[in-house]
Design a protein around this ligand. Structure first.
Ligand SMILES: N[C@@H](CCC(=O)N[C@@H](CS)C(=O)NCC(=O)O)C(=O)O
Length: 204
């Protein structure tokens, strides 16, 4: 059976959302980021970075969340959660890479500065990340206007990845008021029933 390493409180949640949407059976090994288990020699033999998530499917051992999502959609999607032609595939890579390269770092650093600060949150760090987001979010806002999904007018793995990343500033209290298209899309993806189902598997 497919194994997913990583708790629902990590990027493993997007992998589980995809597995659930595709109706695949899997076993979740719910380890937490930076936990002893994630640093163990046993886990590093699966993922030498010691990060989450990782996927084991038969002989395939895979890490990097987007590589995992692309693999699952291509291998098991049967047209679900993937695109229909090469041009759409290029578009999916474009938006997924844009989220990874331009949004992921400020979104995560903002979350860490606000929710995981030791002591008082560092306002200078928060302001810097907000400035970076303010540079790139208008691009996403413009793209999402009049659209339900990120690419190809259908739900794809890119939506699960991008929404997980954008959920970090959301839970940090970032104000999406000036980005109504992002706000609507984010709410649409984060309230899909599969998200609730995956979260319900959380172990304390
Ligand atoms: N680019 C990697 C990032 C993986 C990552 O940073 N995972 C977090 C949990 S969501 C982690 O394990 N952090 C612990 C650490 O940085 O050591 C991916 O998308 O899989």
């Amino acid at each position: 059976m497919i194994k997913v390493y990583g708790s629902v409180y990590s990027r493993a949640s997007m992998v589980m959302c995809v597995l659930e949407t595709l109706g695949l059976e899997y076993e979740n090994i719910p380890m937490l980021p930076r936990s002893e288990e994630a640093q163990s020699d046993e886990y590093r033999a699966i993922n030498p970075t010691g990060k989450l998530p990782s996927l084991v499917d038969g002989d395939l051992v895979l890490w990097e969340s987007q590589a995992i999502l692309f693999y699952l959609a291509r291998k098991y999607g049967n047209n679900a959660l993937w695109v229909d032609n090469l041009e759409q595939e290029a578009d999916l890579y474009r938006w997924s890479l844009f989220i990874s390269n331009q949004i992921e770092v400020p979104a995560l650093d903002m979350l860490l500065a606000i929710k995981y600060a030791e002591g008082e949150p560092d306002q200078a760090v928060i302001d810097r990340q907000a400035q970076t987001l303010a540079r790139f979010l208008p691009v996403l806002e413009n793209h999402l206007q009049g659209k339900e999904f990120l690419v190809a007018d259908k739900l794809t793995v890119a939506d699960f990845h991008a929404a997980a990343v954008l959920s970090w500033p959301k839970v940090s209290g970032f104000d999406f008021q000036t980005y109504p298209a992002i706000k609507g899309w984010l709410s649409r993806i984060l309230t899909l029933p599969v998200q609730k189902k995956v979260r319900s598997q959380a172990v304390a």
